[in-house]
Design a protein around this ligand. Structure first.
Ligand code: FRU
Length: 486
């Protein structure tokens, strides 16, 4: 069974939809989104046989319902992608209501996927499963699945999902998200062969306001440091949010001693991130660029969801995560425009931009200056997305009140200004905005759904001696050149 019926059907649907549905104006140009229907978490990120693989939670037949599959893209360069048949379909009794999130490792030259089998009965049942591939395209589920058939004891909740596997010295380790007594937890297991797993205890659990259920835990090793990335449910005022904990990993006790907690992204549409290490040793992260509670207006056009661009992760001297779009993305740039602006209150740039990249340097001459950069602006200004730098309030914000379809909330991010300028790197796609500030320590990711013709860029500067430098690049639309595996 290398190409089973369920997978064939799902792939046929994707190929048919790609051929017959015309992309609407919100279809992403340089971000991965689903061929059609539903996408959530990035899964199984891995570099295998000279290629990058990005899997994702996939609903091939509906923009809302249906048991999750694993959709599958691969690429040689993180830029040009091929759509492969789904890797996993929910076709066994132990995963019949969904092949939920998980991760990938290369073991004995084969690609191994570890994922959660999800069954919705009176109580949900979640188990950990294995699937293996020689060629990185067709996967065979392990015949004695599940490899972990239940949480360690009956005291643990049945919410038991999202295995992330890595190797340390001679052993594989797996963290799994769980909840116990109203606290989010990450459980840790170890294994020699990815089949027999030994429970090693609670790696870490929520302290204070860290939520009641930890989804998609991911322990990153960067140099000698460790960081635990989590997507907790039920933090104060938020249903879902991604955070990270700095701390010390103790492999003798299999404990992560947490020190500080930080948001990973301040936006409304960033969740369930996952990282992997590529052949050059870089740690690369993708996130799901949506959120369970966000409105998803593209469902009318037959597709929903997107992933962030791949972001390289490094740590600052203080151990904080710094995120930067991988340098490969620079190859998509063409047609650089430069603007140098000073002492003007309001300028509409001659450049129009539907999607592309911006580097914005705002001069901080006075501590009460207020800059507003309005993107995706219609000619009559009735539609716009405003990125504001308010130095008095020490705040960077994104005002989506007039952004078009979708949610209209204002996103606020506290900033710290040190030098005499504030720099923003912005990736704007047809329906998303990613803003990187403070060397990647502060990031805002959000979705916007403006009209295609709203492409103006407008800068407002309030405060004497204000000045700004803006560089803008168009980017190649590589998702329209998607290769299709028949
Ligand atoms: C996170 C999540 C995971 C789960 C998956 C199901 O967004 O809820 O915990 O495995 O989505 O699609």
């Amino acid at each position: 069974m290398i190409y089973n019926g369920h997978i064939k059907l799902a792939h046929k649907q994707a190929l048919y939809d790609l051929e017959t549905i015309n992309p609407d104006s919100h279809r992403q140009s340089f971000h991965l989104d689903p061929p059609s229907n539903w996408m959530n978490d990035p899964n199984g990120l891995v570099y295998f046989n000279e290629e990058y693989h990005v899997f994702f939670q996939y609903g091939p037949f509906s923009t809302t319902e249906g048991a999750r599959h694993w959709g599958h893209y691969r690429s040689k360069d993180l830029l040009h992608w091929e759509l492969l048949p789904p890797a996993l379909a929910p076709d066994e009794t132990y995963d019949k209501d969904g092949c939920f999130s998980g991760s990938a490792v290369v073991h004995n030259g084969k690609l191994h996927l570890l994922y959660t089998g999800h069954v919705d009965e009176q109580r949900i049942k979640e188990v950990q499963c294995l699937a293996v591939s020689n060629d990185g395209i067709y996967f065979e589920k392990y015949e004695h699945n599940p490899v972990i058939a239940a949480p360690p004891t009956s005291k643990f909740s049945n919410d038991f999902r999202d295995p992330k596997v890595w190797k340390y010295q001679d052993l594989y380790y797996m963290v799994i998200g769980n909840t116990k007594d109203g606290k989010g937890q990450a459980l840790i297991y170890s294994s020699k062969n990815l089949i027999q797993w030994n429970y090693q205890g609670v790696l870490a659990e929520s302290v204070g306001d860290q939520g009641f259920m930890w989804e998609c835990p991911d322990l990153l090793t960067i140099g000698d440091e460790h960081v635990l990335v989590l997507s907790p449910e039920g933090m104060e005022n938020t249903k879902h949010k991604s955070i990270y904990l700095t701390g010390e990993m103790d492999y003798n006790l299999n404990k992560f001693h947490q020190k500080q907690v930080y948001p990973l992204d301040y936006g409304t549409d960033f969740y369930a991130p996952q990282t992997f290490v590529d052949k050059t040793g870089r740690t690369i992260m993708y996130g799901w660029m949506n959120m369970w509670e966000s409105s998803m207006p593209t469902s009318e056009s037959g597709y929903v969801g997107s992933l962030t661009v791949p972001r390289e992760i490094t740590l600052s001297n203080e151990g904080k995560i710094l995120q930067k779009p991988v340098q490969e993305l620079k190859q998509l740039r063409f047609g650089e425009s430069k603007f140098s602006l000073s002492n003007e209150n309001s300028v509409r740039l001659s450049k129009l931009l539907e999607y592309g990249e911006l580097e914005v340097i705002l001069k901080i001459k006075e501590l009460n200056s207020h800059y507003k950069l309005s993107l995706r602006t219609s000619e009559d200004n009735s539609e716009k997305t405003v990125i504001g730098l308010d130095l008095k309030q020490k705040m960077l914000y994104v005002d989506r009140a007039l952004s078009g379809k979708g949610d209209q909330s204002i996103i606020k991010m506290p900033i710290s200004v040190t030098g005499d300028e504030y720099k923003l790197n912005i990736l704007l796609d047809r329906s998303s905005l990613e803003i990187f500030a403070e060397n990647g320590e502060k990031v805002i990711t959000t979705r916007i759904y403006p009209k295609a013709e709203s492409k103006g860029i407008h800068l407002f500067m309030d405060g004497e001696n204000s000045a700004a430098q803006i560089k803008i690049w168009d980017l190649e639309d590589h998702m329209r050149n998607l290769k299709l595996h028949e």
